[in-house]
Design a protein around this ligand. Structure first.
Ligand SMILES: [Zn+2]
Length: 322
């Protein structure tokens, strides 16, 4: 569809040129082609919905023109200095390439981190860096088709270098917006390392789904399972992913599963086990996935992250975990 619109535009343009040449009596093929080459570059720039769409799918946000473009990697070279000076902080989205069950795509985590980053950026005039796609998958998802995993030690060093590069560009404050649990340990280690090296730098790490406590999600009454639809590849995550990748999420593509049973007074703990032969790679009731629910969840998470960022910016001199 986009291609046709673009093609039609180009045909109309060349037809007008040909007509003008014909009127002037210069109808030779060479004359026509040289006229076409002489067109200003801007006239031939393909600036249709198709390119806007391509920008959107590659980066998670549409291009609002260069002056309003918050995507660091899309800023024209000569404008980078101004862009960095104007930005209050950098955002680094962390994703994964990981199987998310039969109802959603492997890019789920990347889409969520990038999509939420795009919503946060204009409010804070933040500079959004390209997301990190390939990361570490925990042992229980790494073996599934759809997963590509990087070893945690490699990832930690890779994260360190990316953080160093962002700081070296002139950003003193870096907000790491995480979409995937396997990134938490390597990124915390990387932040600790680079924060010790670069005294002027200030790093903040938050995982979007952790803004949605079980209590908070239960109050929204979106899902019927007792854990608020949480869990890897579950209805909370997949409904949220549908906001940014509507064509890659389909509700109910696998049987509904009972919620994971946790200890009564659950305190935080970490459990990992590779042999999960009886687990299908997702959690909860896939029949309850919906984009409308996802909009509510993403909206809530974005507001909570905004509050955190405002607090961060106001409390610059305070150290550590407040
Ligand atoms: Zn995920």
């Amino acid at each position: 569809m986009y291609r046709n619109r673009h093609t039609n535009k180009f045909i109309a343009l060349t037809r007008r040129l040909f007509q003008r040449r014909a009127n002037q009596g210069a109808t030779s093929r060479r004359g026509f082609l040289s006229g076409l080459c002489a067109l200003p570059a801007a006239a031939l720039t393909v600036n249709t919905d198709a390119t806007a769409q391509a920008t959107q799918s590659a980066t998670g946000q549409s291009d609002a023109g260069q002056s309003g473009n918050r995507n660091f990697a899309e800023v024209i070279g000569y404008q980078l200095e101004r862009h960095i000076k104007d930005a209050r902080f950098a955002i680094l989205p962390l994703g994964s390439v990981e199987y998310h069950g039969p109802s959603g795509p492997p890019a789920t985590d990347t889409a969520l981190a990038t999509g939420i980053a795009a919503r946060l950026a204009p409010k804070f005039n933040a500079s959004v860096f390209p997301p990190i796609h390939f990361t570490h998958n925990p042992a229980h998802t790494a073996e599934f088709r759809g997963s590509v995993s990087v070893r945690p030690a490699v990832l930690t060093m890779y994260f360190e270098d990316v953080l160093r590069g962002i700081v070296q560009n002139g950003f003193k404050k870096v907000f790491v917006l995480n979409g995937h649990s396997g990134n938490i340990a390597p990124m915390r280690a990387a932040i600790s390392q680079v924060a010790a090296e670069r005294k002027e730098a200030d790093f903040l790490l938050a995982s979007w789904w952790e803004t949605l406590s079980i209590q908070l999600v239960e109050n929204l009454k979106l899902f019927t399972s007792g854990n608020g639809g949480r869990g890897h590849g579950g209805p909370l995550e997949m409904s949220s992913a549908a906001v940014f990748l509507p064509n890659s999420v389909e509700a109910g593509r696998g049987p509904d599963l009972p919620p994971t049973v946790r200890p009564e007074d659950g305190f935080p703990y970490y459990h990992e086990k590779a042999d999960v032969s009886d687990w299908p790679g997702y959690s909860g009731k896939l029949s309850e996935i919906s984009r409308d629910k996802g909009e509510k969840l993403v909206d809530t998470a974005t507001k909570r992250l905004e509050a955190l960022l405002e607090y961060w910016l106001k409390n610059e001199s305070k150290a550590g975990n407040w």
